[in-house]
Each structure stands twice: as structure tokens, then as C-alpha cells.
Design a protein around this ligand. Structure first.
Ligand code: PEP
Ligand code: MN
Length: 337
């Protein structure tokens, strides 16, 4: 529920409405606007009597928000959020942020080589998985904490913040020790206990869309994180499962401008997992930026043919450098507003 105050409502009246909301057993969140203040009513204990609220001095109207997400929505937070990851800022009005690196950290040498390649090409954040959610149990599962150490060292060496996936609450402490941003993968988008735990962190979170999640479910998942107090969330569209099998997933690019309408959170696109094919990554990266993505997550491997994971969708260092050159040329025509 949103309580909209008259433009002439006084600070005392706004405070009184907030106190009334709290007295009814809800949390209140003031949303100052250009013309008037609104008060968000949070909590799901039941029914808030409209009449009681409408009678309070200064109240203009009461709007029921039936969406399962509120903190994430533009209604509650009209100003777009900027998320800082180490020294990098990501969000509306800023040049797109590129996160790049291998699917998984395979060795100290491999992640260091990848770090140098992506840094030289102009990427902003280094990615690499240490805990890998693989489809089958007989494939490479990641180096675990050893991988985290290599990732951190590589990030430090090239002076880039690092992002890596956490799959379970028990891995969170180690991941937080080494990472600048915590990634929740597609397969864990609705792991609500994990979402609640990352909601307690003082670290930015990259939340990837579940492969069969609707937009509403995606935003509701982000709401779990914000509801615990962490509003440093970046959404990531990474393709969804459809009847089409020619690409690994179907990149749902229309979701990008729609998320920007519905939410204040920034959104990036992962064209690597969305397509599964190296040849499609550059063009879909460009399409993502045209659609309004605030950044990209791209898999890059120093020798994709030897990659232990996702080699077919990984760009070579040269391919990535070429893509970054093309993205730079696009900057002046992008609507970064
Ligand atoms: C990844 O980014 O390493 C990954 C596993 O992606 P997703 O969760 O989108 O499948
Ligand atoms: Mn991958």
C-alpha cells in the first residue's frame, strides 16, 4: 500500500501518518517526491483500514499495490539506484559496466591470464566461478576456496573488483572474504534462504534471472534481498528456457526496458549463457546495450578450446577486445539517461 500525502502536508503530519502505520503493526517507508511525499506501507500481516488512514490530516489518497514486490518497484522508489562495486559505479546515466572473465577459475595461471586480457580490453569487473552449479555431477565442479584465492589475487593484480557465485549459505563466509560482489546464479534465484542471507550483507549482489522465472518472480526474488536491508542489487537477464533449442536459452531482451520501467534497480545482460554460442555474443551484447542494459556479463577465456566449462560460448581475448572496441564506438549514440 502507498499513502500519498497532499503537497501541502507538513512534516508533523507525515510523521503522524508514519506513526499510525507503525501502530497498526506495519513498517513505513517515506518516499519523498518532487511535489509530494508518499509513504510505503510494508509488511503482510493483513488488512490496513483505508478509512483510518484517509482521515489523518495531510493524506491525499491510498493506493493499493498488489505486486509481490514493493521495495524493488519504481512506485516505492522513483529514483533509479546506482550500485557501487568496489571502485565501479553501475546504473542509470552511467557508461555501461562490463564484467568479464572465464566461466570457472581453473588455475592460478588461467585466471591471471584472463584478468590481464579483459583488463587490457577495457572491462571493469573480473568474473570467475569457484563454486560451479553444473548440470551433471561428473563435470568440473570448481576449485572452491582455492579458486576464490586465485580470483582475488588476479583481481588485485589488475586492480579490478571481482564477482563470483555463491550456491549455498555455508559458502557465503568464504565468498565474502574474497569477493567484491556476490553472484546468485539462475538455479538459485528462488533459494529464498540464500537470498535472505545475502540480504544481510554489506556487499553488492548480482541476481541472475531463473531460467523459467517470470519477471514478477525475478523482481520478487530481488525483494527478498532488499527486505533484509541490502539494496545494492543488480539484476541480470541471462536467457530463459523456451521451446527453442537452437540457442542455449532465449535472450529475453524486452525485459530490460520493462525492468527499467518497473524497478529502480539496474539491470545487466549476460549474452554468453543466453546464447551458448561465441558467434552470437558480440551482436547480442550490442543489442543489450541498445535495449538499455546498464552493463554486460561476458565469458572470456584465454584458450576457450581447453576450457573446463562453457568454452563454446566464451570469447577469446582477441574477440573480447574487438567487442569492447565496438562498444566504445557505440557509446555516443547510446541513450545513457
Ligand atoms: C555463471 O554466470 O557462471 C552461471 C552459472 O550462470 P547462470 O547462473 O546464469 O546459469
Ligand atoms: Mn558459464
Amino acid at each position: 500500500m502507498l499513502i500519498v500525502m497532499h503537497h501541502y502536508a507538513t512534516a508533523d503530519e507525515i510523521e503522524a501518518v508514519q506513526a499510525a502505520v507503525v501502530a497498526l503493526g506495519y513498517r513505513s517507508e517515506p518516499i519523498p517526491g518532487k511535489e509530494r511525499t508518499a509513504i510505503g506501507v510494508l509488511g503482510n500481516q493483513g488488512y490496513v483500514p483505508d478509512d483510518t488512514i484517509l482521515e489523518l490530516p495531510g493524506v491525499l489518497e491510498v493506493i493499493h499495490v498488489s505486486k509481490p514486490y514493493k521495495l524493488v518497484s519504481r512506485d516505492f522508489h522513483p529514483v533509479a539506484s546506482e550500485v557501487r562495486i568496489g571502485s565501479v559505479s553501475l546504473g542509470e546515466g552511467l557508461p555501461p559496466v562490463v564484467m568479464a572473465g572465464p566461466c570457472s577459475i581453473e588455475s592460478e595461471e588461467q585466471i591471471l591470464a584472463a584478468a590481464h586480457l579483459v583488463k587490457t580490453a577495457g572491462a571493469h569487473i573480473l568474473r570467475g566461478g569457484a563454486f560451479k552449479p553444473r548440470t551433471g555431477p561428473h563435470t568440473f565442479q570448481g576449485l572452491g576456496v582455492e579458486g576464490l584465492r586465485y580470483l582475488r589475487a588476479a583481481g588485485d593484480e589488475v586492480e579490478m573488483p571481482v564477482v563470483t557465485e555463491v550456491m549455498r549459505i555455508s559458502q557465503l563466509e568464504a565468498v565474502c572474504r574474497y569477493a567484491d560482489m556476490v553472484q546468485i546464479g539462475a538455479r538459485n534465484m528462488q533459494n529464498f534462504e540464500l537470498l535472505k542471507e545475502v540480504g544481510k550483507l554489506d556487499l553488492p549482489v548480482l541476481l541472475k534471472r531463473g531460467m523459467s522465472a517470470t519477471l514478477e518472480e525475478f523482481l520478487a526474488a530481488a525483494e527478498y534481498i532488499l527486505a533484509e536491508g541490502n539494496s545494492r542489487v543488480v539484476l541480470c537477464e541471462r536467457g530463459i528456457r523456451t521451446f527453442e533449442t537452437a540457442t542455449r536459452n532465449t535472450l529475453d531482451l524486452a525485459i530490460v526496458p520493462l525492468v527499467r520501467e518497473l524497478s529502480h534497480l539496474p539491470i545487466v545482460v549476460d549474452p554468453s549463457h543466453a546464447t551458448g554460442k561465441r558467434s552470437l555474443v558480440p551482436v547480442m551484447s550490442k543489442a543489450a546495450l541498445v535495449a538499455g542494459a546498464h552493463g554486460l556479463m561476458v565469458e572470456v577465456h584465454p584458450a576457450p578450446e581447453t576450457a573446463l566449462c562453457d568454452g563454446a560460448q566464451s570469447l577469446t581475448g582477441q574477440g573480447f577486445a574487438q567487442l569492447m572496441g565496438q562498444l566504445r564506438q557505440m557509446l555516443p549514440v547510446l541513450d545513457i539517461s
